[in-house]
Design a protein around this ligand. Structure first.
Ligand code: ZN
Length: 258
């Protein structure tokens, strides 16, 4: 409540009862201290008001109480929960960190889903020179949401993958429009399919390959046709399966059998 006053108090280890008896805490403060300022004065006023409201039961010694449990006794459970005060819940664990994917692709996904990859709209907001148009279709401004879900190029990729896997959920014709990439991702990752974990790996793979294609166009002036990118994604999926993407394998198998 009054850290500045505390620092210039000459008696820092008084009990609360001692301090408020005859307002001893006021005489403890070095009012002549060279750092004394308006901040100290405001704290003095706050502390004065608080101290004058206190009614102490005389003869009862000060005790230390734990504020995070109902019975004021410390337990490790409440201390552990205190570590998470102020944190927010996300579904990143389920849709990004748990599915099988190489760490660099997960990290990219974690940035992308929060709209933190350097797409043209973000570069522009920072005042950095760049081509504002989508590198994949040249038709509209590049944003993460556009590039991964609305761009004609990417939608074609998704449609061909839908035909390959025989999974209608990844066909853009089945999607409803979303205002944020996170919403689109959450909806698709929750689609009713034979193996959701496998689908979640595939989403990460497709977005990663689309982002790489975009970067190849921007930085190396090289572009691949839609069928070539689809073939690349299929190859890469096979590599992921060989490297241990068990659910992705089941997703692809189940889709091909149905
Ligand atoms: Zn586009």
């Amino acid at each position: 409540m009054a850290p500045n006053l505390f620092s210039i108090s000459k008696r820092k280890n008084r009990s609360l009862r001692e301090a408020i008896t005859d307002n001893a805490w006021v005489t403890d403060i070095d009012l002549q201290h060279q750092s004394f300022s308006v901040t100290h004065f405001i704290e003095l006023q706050k502390l004065w008001n608080a101290a004058s409201r206190l009614q102490l039961r005389l003869g009862v010694p000060d005790t230390i109480r734990w504020k995070l449990t109902a019975d004021s006794h410390y337990n490790t459970n409440s201390a552990y929960r205190a570590q998470f005060f102020g944190s927010t819940n996300t579904n990143f664990e389920t849709i990004i960190w748990k599915p099988w994917a190489p760490p660099k692709c997960k990290f990219f996904s974690w940035l992308a889903i929060q709209d933190r990859i350097w797409t043209a709209d973000r570069l522009q907001r920072r005042g950095w020179a760049s081509n504002p148009n989508c590198a994949l279709c040249e038709a509209t401004q590049e944003t993460g949401l556009h590039m991964f879900t609305a761009c004609n190029y990417t939608r074609n990729v998704w449609a061909q993958l839908s035909a390959w896997t025989r999974c209608p959920a990844i066909d853009p014709e089945c999607w409803t429009p979303h205002d944020a990439l996170h919403d689109w991702w959450t909806a698709l990752a929750g689609a009713q399919v034979a193996n959701k974990k496998g689908l979640r790996s595939l989403i990460i793979l497709v977005l990663w390959e689309v982002w790489k294609e975009r970067n190849a166009r921007v930085f190396q002036h090289q572009e691949q046709s839609i069928p070539r990118l689809v073939a690349r994604i299929r190859d890469e999926a096979t590599t992921w399966v060989a490297a241990g993407a068990m659910h992705l394998e089941r997703f692809l198998d189940a889709a091909r059998r149905s």
